[in-house]
Design a protein around this ligand. Structure first.
Ligand SMILES: Cc1cc2nc3c(=O)[nH]c(=O)nc-3n(C[C@H](O)[C@H](O)[C@H](O)COP(=O)(O)OP(=O)(O)OC[C@H]3O[C@@H](n4cnc5c(N)ncnc54)[C@H](O)[C@@H]3O)c2cc1C
Length: 549
């Protein structure tokens, strides 16, 4: 035998074709349907163009931006403080592409029917390619309603926030073509309990809404610290108040905003999260003095919505990868996608993904109709319900999708480990799981009509007897207020699955809604892959497996 033949150890076969360059919009039937259903058809071309980017250039950039984590530079070589975080060019590419396509600005710049739904669709695809950059994009988008509360600040900042230009230079806002906005609330002694904040604000002049203050204190978590300004909380004599703290003072000098260090995080690697100190940092008061929490909640409501979208997006990408893998991988001479037990797992994952998307899109619709009191109440309640439930479902679902890919799903060359690392954070930040459930109770007790809005939405369960019975149980559970905090997770979960079932019924695909109701309202399974008999798993797989032709 020739030596060269000895070197030929094996032929590579039974591996899966690459998904590189797949259009994440074109291969996503449920997304296209929900966009159409909720007035977003006008954005079809735009979404399709972004889908091509997200499955192609942005997907590649996502790998690079995570392999090359941001680096904090506290001082220059002469010993001067510079407080800079340097990012890999791939991160800037992700940010630039998203900003230019209106991810932080679309519904504010063009508030037509379906605008929030279309933006959610864009975000859904962006986060599949790279989720960590979603943090500053979301915060910039979400800051708008809170900043609008303060006309003099809004007049100055909104044109730059809403400009579809990404300008990462560390310069005063006036010299930039576009800006990004962050948020810093959490302190060492309290994240959930922001009333325990110790940061103080001192008026420079008379003080009051829109006026300048100097802030002294710290924040324990401040993500995307290269943003141009941050919504933050500090105490005045009248109580906890909200401020916009820029990186540069109005005279163009550096603000006294000092980054202490970057967090070493489980995931979310492309995004920097820092600890900061304010040593007399200049900031404008936003909204009423002493009403900082209601002011910043205008922002938090939007970021919570994006946590729902973000987790749904991670689930969708995990499903895409798993379904694709099983459609091409044979075990025992038969494709995994044709083997009954794997079909059960994949179909179950597909249901979870589709139900999560349905709830996000319904929330997007509520935001598009926020002028309608009923929709506004719906959004108030369902933001907390959806953030709790979808973010809770994501890590387990993604782990299960990885397992469908066997060892390949555990290896960093695939996106699966990154999706898995990324998943828990959406449940933690912007109010962790329990906090969302407690917020559900707060909404019910403080804001009349929100429960009515929920039950009006659920109606008689769209004529489905199983959903109708579930709704009756839910009503009885709410009528009993004993130990309600203790039971808040169960109540929230029951609301979430009821809404998802109703939305899937309404969407009109009986295969999907029947399977969802049979498994989520009646099923006995505790892990994925426990769908009961009678589910048309092949139809569910056909709907969720990428068709590369
Ligand atoms: C990667 C990352 C980035 C972040 N970026 C930012 C940022 O940019 N800006 C910012 O301000 N914050 C940021 N955070 C902080 C985040 O918002 C907080 O960690 C979160 O709000 C929880 O606050 P905490 O860590 O102080 O936990 P705690 O408030 O101590 O809560 C601990 C646990 O107790 C639960 N809990 C709280 N109250 C109750 C109750 N009454 N009953 C039952 N359970 C309860 C919570 O749900 C939570 O699970 C970031 C966090 C992470 C992980």
């Amino acid at each position: 035998m020739k030596p060269s033949l000895h070197a030929e150890t094996h032929e590579v076969f039974n591996q899966v074709p690459s998904l590189d360059g797949a259009n994440l919009y074109r291969l996503d039937l449920p997304l296209q349907e929900w966009i159409r259903r909720y007035d977003g058809a006008w954005a079809h071309e735009r979404l399709s163009a972004y889908g091509a980017l997200a499955g192609g250039a942005l997907m590649q950039a996502g790998f690079l931006a995570n392999e090359n984590k941001p680096v904090f530079k506290s001082h220059d070589r002469y010993g001067n403080r510079i407080d800079l975080v340097e990012f890999h060019p791939a991160y800037h590419e992700l940010m630039r592409t998203a900003v230019e396509h209106g991810l932080p600005s679309l519904p504010w710049n063009d508030p037509r029917a379906g605008a929030h739904v279309a933006r959610a669709g864009l975000t859904y695809m962006h986060s599949q390619a790279e989720a960590a950059s979603g943090c500053p994009l979301t915060m910039t988008f979400a800051a708008v309603p809170a900043i609008r509360l303060q006309p003099n600040v809004a007049e100055q900042w909104l044109p730059k926030i809403l400009a579809t230009e990404y300008d990462p230079r560390n310069l005063p806002m006036e010299q930039k073509t576009g800006v990004t906005i962050g948020m810093a609330m959490t302190e060492k002694q309290g994240g959930t309990d922001v009333r325990a904040n110790t940061t103080r604000a001192y008026p420079i002049g008379l003080g009051g809404p829109g006026q300048g203050y100097e802030l002294v204190g710290h924040k324990w978590f401040c993500s995307a610290p290269m943003c141009d300004a941050f919504l933050t909380l500090a105490y005045t004599d009248k109580g906890l108040s909200c401020f916009l703290l820029p990186r540069h003072r109005p005279d163009g000098t550096r603000n006294a905003f000092y980054i202490q260090r970057l967090k070493n995080k489980l995931g979310n690697w492309a995004n920097a999260s820092s600890e900061v100190e304010y040593r007399g940092a200049f900031a404008w008061m936003l909204g009423e003095e002493g009403r900082g929490v209601p002011t910043i909640i205008e922002m938090v409501a939007m970021t919570r919505f994006d946590c729902m979208v973000g987790s749904s997006s991670l689930m969708r990408q995990a499903l895409t990868q798993a379904a694709h893998h099983c459609a091409h991988r044979q075990v025992g001479g038969k494709l995994l996608a044709d083997q009954p037990l794997m079909q059960n797992v994949l179909a179950d994952l597909a249901l979870e993904s589709e139900a999560a998307l349905a709830l996000c899109m319904r929330m997007g619709r509520a935001l598009d109709h926020a002028h309608d009191a009923q929709e506004d109440k719906f959004a108030r309640l369902v933001t907390a319900v959806g953030k709790y439930w979808i973010c809770k479902r994501a890590p387990e679902m993604i782990y299960e999708a990885s397992e469908c890919m066997g060892g390949a799903g555990y290896v960093e060359e695939t996106i699966m480990p990154r999706l898995y690392r990324e998943a828990p954070v959406n449940s933690i930040w912007e109010g962790s799981g329990n906090v969302q459930c407690l917020d559900v109770l707060r909404a019910l007790s403080k804001e009349p009509g929100v429960l009515d809005a929920l039950f009006a939405e659920l109606g008689d369960g769209h004529g489905d007897a199983r959903l109708k019975a579930h709704i009756q149980r839910l009503k009885a559970d709410f009528a009993d207020t004993a130990d309600i905090q203790y039971r808040a997770r169960q109540l929230t979960e029951d609301m979430a699955v009821a809404l998802q079932a109703k939305l899937l019924l309404e969407a009109g695909n009986a295969t999907v809604s029947d399977a969802f109701i049979a498994s989520r309202l009646e099923g006995r399974g505790r892990v994925y892959g426990t769908l009961p008999r009678g589910v048309d798993v092949e139809a569910l797989l056909a709907r969720s497996t990428p068709n590369l032709l």
